[in-house]
Design a protein around this ligand. Sequence first.
Ligand SMILES: Cc1ncc(COP(=O)(O)O)c(C=O)c1O
Length: 470
Amino acid sequence: MKNVKGVPQSRPLFRQVYDNILNRMERGEWRTDDKLPSIRMLAEELKVHRLTVFKAYRLLSEEGKVYVRDKSGYYVSADGVLSSELEEGSFVSSYTISNSLSDIHRIQAKYQFSQALIDPNLLPNIYLSDYVKKVFDLYPKVMGTYASIQGDDELRESLSQHFREHHRLQLSSEELLITSGAQQAINLIAQMMLRPMDTVLIERPTYSVAMDIFRRQGARLIPVLITPEGYDLVEVEALMREHKPRMFYMNPTHHNPTGYTVPAWQRKLLVELAERYHCLLVEDDPFRDMYFEEEPPLPLFAYDTEGWVIYISSFSKYIAPGLRICAVACRYPFMEQLIKAKSLADNGTPQLNQKIFLHYYTSPRLQRHLDKLRIALQVHKEIMEEELALAGWEWTAPKGGLNLWVKLPGDISADLLFRKSIEQSISFVPGEICDPLGELKSWIRLSFSFANEIDLREGMQRLTALSRTL
Ligand SMILES: Cc1ncc(COP(=O)(O)O)c(C=O)c1O
């Protein structure tokens, strides 16, 4: 694969074929002693040269994950996939294997800076319980039937109106699908739109779960650097021209993990590029409403007239992560495909959750909650920034979101700091797992939204003191 000037090169093509084969072995498509497709067949399926497949098979065979039978072909070894995971050994490798972020979140910590979630004490839990009662009064049979696959009509109507009025999205309720969280939306999009070896542009760094989902689908990921100024559009265009990606997955507003926001002028141009190169823009936008002073630029979807943007708007973060309510906006024929995928996934998001959400979302309480929440989040962010400044760490102050993306001072390794921090009950996300290239070893993501103010200050003091001992 050729390298585009100035762009970090992704894994060599034969390595991507290797990943694809391993993924499929892991998923059980090929089991122990199964015969693998011939080099010619796999090369045709993946649209690569036969030599590329040969190199991938050779590497798998050298590593003992497959074996060769004379004149017959390649076969899956007894425990090839398992041994590949165990061999890695180091701490970082063991959490970069599959859904790495969730592995980190399972670690219990008093000073919780790894979860990009809001402290439940800042969420409207008490009010939501009022709506549970109301929903049962209004719809006594709400649990006695299946929900519609596309999502509750009233909810879609109300959200489409909200998107029209607040974000200038030209939308009808028919162009909205309710999913169980943004994560499910990304998963459905990947399942419907991606075939093995399709190319996906992805921000560097990025939301690591999305990376895991695309990889599991067998996609080739090509990183696009995101900076406080947005993307380098010359590079984005070069990548689109050269690699003809199926999609560009992006989180352009208060981006996870960096907090950066892509400026309005780039949004318009990105939509033009998507139209020119027939590349879907998957715009994941869960942090839009969590701004500190000024509202962010309009979503890319607002500039899209040809249907090249799929817009994902999750309400998990600031209303109720437990309700798992997210809206996906897109045009036909993509909407038809997504509805099909949703029907296969779970036949519709639970109706009860949708109704509770609808009644809260359309109440005047929502605005009051958001106003208070924005102030609380800004206070949290400032506490974390004060402690970082005292320690001389570097970051770019975000205009919204839940995280700070921090460069560690000197040559401190995020991996080492992580291991030492866990011993002191402090957790954060090492930058490496947000990087499609698995580098960025001196960066970390610190979420300021989950810990309370006291733990936030105390935990940051402990973390920065700990770093001085390394
Ligand atoms: C960019 C991004 N997309 C999607 C999600 C998942 O959202 P949900 O809880 O709606 O599945 C997250 C959660 O952190 C996220 O940061």
